[in-house]
Design a protein around this ligand. Structure first.
Ligand code: ADP
Length: 587
């Protein structure tokens, strides 16, 4: 009962474990799916912020650089008004040595002619703003003159938008007026090459990002990927997304921001932009990223998250599998234990029943034995008493004294046989029955046995014949005990065969044994009792009123003697009537 309850509990626990694991897996999956959306938003936002920050960093770096250089040049310009051209050149050299990223320092006198500069190879000495034509570029000449005059008149620094240099490339022109009191002495013109700025601040970025720098006219000053665009008008670019116009306008207005647009109508791109403020110039830095990069980033986060979910689910499965395994193993071992215990109980129950049966049987045997022995003692004793009384009665003269003495002798013999049988049985059971083995001829033993009992056969009128070949192999036997065997069988055969019947003894030699058949045509043995008659005290008719005397010991002792000789005894029916006892003697 206790075990049954435990097994029930185990199965219930198993069910609880399964439900819990199902719930926890569903929870993890639903949370995972929900957080996927949130993660997508967060990753996107973070990425956009990062790109904006990047554009800010670049623009503030460039702004700081340009403004710092401008201040340095302004400081230098404050005290060169009175210097000779050589002194100015020296001054330029000193500053240049500490600011190599400035392409050239030039001094333009009040009439607009370049009179000195450093480094000399970059200085077009004698270049007259008013006279020199710039081949194919009338506009630039005008700008230069306009700026020169504006600086002179306003006494203020001015930056011209990047201009194509005569040596090639774009350069930002910094114009600083030089005055001695109210007297205009000229202008310090410093040029910073745009390529130097981009080399310093932009070139080293990953090429998967499109980094652009434009000025407030919309001219492309730098393009990380499409260097051919440099010098072009940014606004002129082919694009089909009108949204981009607004973004560019924001850039030109000096704003910062981040937004999406579609390039060539299909590819979604993120643009993060930030202004560079350099005196009167306003440039803008933009960092353009393909949205596929963000998607890759999101999907890599997805993959990691999904991997985490799968691993978690896997762990839950594994953990639960182990729990289920342990529980079912426990349940199986419990069931086995129950089976084993039940089996043991059943076994000990059977042993008890068997022992009980045995006890009952022993009890029955004991009482059978007592009633049989007392019957077997009483019958001959009564006959002996009556015969003795007759013999003592001298008055009765017509009694046959010889017949009375024969009765006495027969009953003494019967009693002696009973006592001998009881003694033999007790020896057999205690293992004390010893055999004096010697070589013997079976026909001699059989003849002696027949001779011993022949008189009784004749008296009853039962015919006895033997057919024993005299050339039978000799065998090793205890002669007296084997005679006892034959006598037992012959007494039984006589007892259970009617007058006029016949008993035959035959012997057959086989390769390794000799068989002796003791055959009668008496009452026979019921088939269902054929195996029982060799048990001690067993009699087919054991009622007190039975017609055949006997204690049920003869065959049991016979069987023990045969087995003591290494042989055997069995019985079968002699058709049409009677029995055949078959003795086997091994050579
Ligand atoms: P008992 O001394 O009572 O004859 P046995 O052990 O010799 O005891 O025989 C046991 C029983 O076997 C007998 O009581 C009898 O019922 C049966 N039996 C033995 N021999 C024969 C036989 N030749 N024919 C018929 N029944 C026999």
């Amino acid at each position: 009962m206790l075990e049954k309850i435990d097994i029930g509990k185990t199965k219930r626990n198993l069910l609880i474990v399964l439900i819990l694991s199902f719930l926890s897996i569903s929870l993890i999956i639903s949370l995972g799916l929900r957080s996927n959306d949130e993660i997508q938003k967060i990753v996107e936002e973070q990425f956009n912020e990062r790109q904006l920050l990047l554009s800010k960093q670049i623009s503030s770096g460039i702004s700081e650089f340009l403004n710092q250089k401008t201040i340095i040049i302004e400081l230098m310009s404050l005290h060169i008004y009175n210097d000779s051209t050589d002194a100015i050149s020296d001054e330029f050299k000193t500053v240049y040595d500490h600011n190599k990223d400035i392409y050239v320092f030039e001094f333009i006198n009040a009439s607009g002619v370049v009179i000195t500069g450093y480094p000399e190879e970059n200085t077009p000495i004698g270049y007259d703003l008013y006279k020199f034509e710039r081949p194919g570029d009338i506009e630039t000449k005008q700008i230069l003159i306009r700026t020169f005059e504006w600086v002179r008149d306003n006494k203020e620094t001015n930056i011209t938008r990047p201009i194509n240099l005569l040596e090639g490339g774009l350069g930002a022109f910094i114009w600083i007026p030089v005055y001695e009191g109210e007297e205009f002495k000229g202008v310090v013109l410093s040029i910073i090459k745009i390529s130097d700025i981009s080399d310093k601040f932009l070139k080293n970025f990953d090429t998967k990002w499109e980094i652009q720098m434009i000025n407030d006219d919309g001219m492309v000053l730098y393009d990380h990927i499409y260097s051919n665009n440099v010098g072009d008008k940014y606004l002129k670019h082919n694009h089909s997304d009108p949204h981009l116009d607004q973004i560019i306008q924001d850039q030109l207005d000096g704003k910062e921001g981040k937004d999406y647009f579609y390039e060539n109508g299909s590819e979604k791109k993120l643009i993060a932009f930030s202004p560079i403020t350099w005196r009167n110039e306003k440039w803008s830095i933009s960092v353009i990223t393909s949205s596929s990069e963000i998607e890759n980033l999101i999907s890599s986060v997805f993959i990691k998250q999904n991997a985490f979910i799968i691993v978690s689910v896997g762990f839950i499965f594994l953990g639960n599998f182990i729990i289920i395994l342990l529980l079912s193993r426990w349940s199986i071992s419990l069931e086995n234990e129950v089976k084993k215990k039940t089996g043991e109980l059943f076994e000990s129950n059977k042993l008890l029943t068997d022992a009980n049966e045995k006890l009952k049987e022993n009890d029955k045997i004991k009482s059978n034995f007592l009633s049989m022995v007392s019957h077997e003692l009483k019958t001959p004793l009564t006959a002996m008493k009556i015969s003795s009384e007759f013999l003592l009665d001298n008055k009765s003269h017509n009694i046959n004294r010889n017949e009375l003495i024969e009765i006495l002798l027969r009953n003494i013999e019967r009693l002696t046989r009973l006592v001998n049988n009881l003694l033999d049985l007790s020896k057999i059971e205690s293992g004390k029955l010893k055999y004096n083995m010697e070589s013997a001829q079976l026909h001699e033993i059989i003849d002696m046995s027949v001779a011993t009992i022949k008189y009784q056969y004749d008296t009853k009128g039962v015919n006895i014949t033997t057919d024993i070949p005299h050339d039978l192999s000799k065998i090793n036997i205890d002669k007296d005990r084997i005679i006892q065997v034959f006598l037992n069988l012959l007494i039984n055969a006589l007892k259970f065969t009617l007058k006029g019947g016949k008993v035959e003894i035959n012997a057959f030699e086989h390769e390794d044994h000799i068989e002796v058949h003791v055959k009668d045509d008496g009452i026979g043995i019921p088939v269902d009792q054929i195996d029982l008659i060799f048990e001690k005290f067993y009699q087919i008719d054991n009622s007190p009123t039975r017609s055949y005397p006997g204690a049920g010991l003869g065959l049991s002792i016979t069987k023990s003697i045969m087995e003591g000789h290494g042989g055997s005894i069995r019985v079968k029916n002699n058709l049409p009537k009677g029995s055949v006892f078959i003795l086997t003697f091994f050579k």
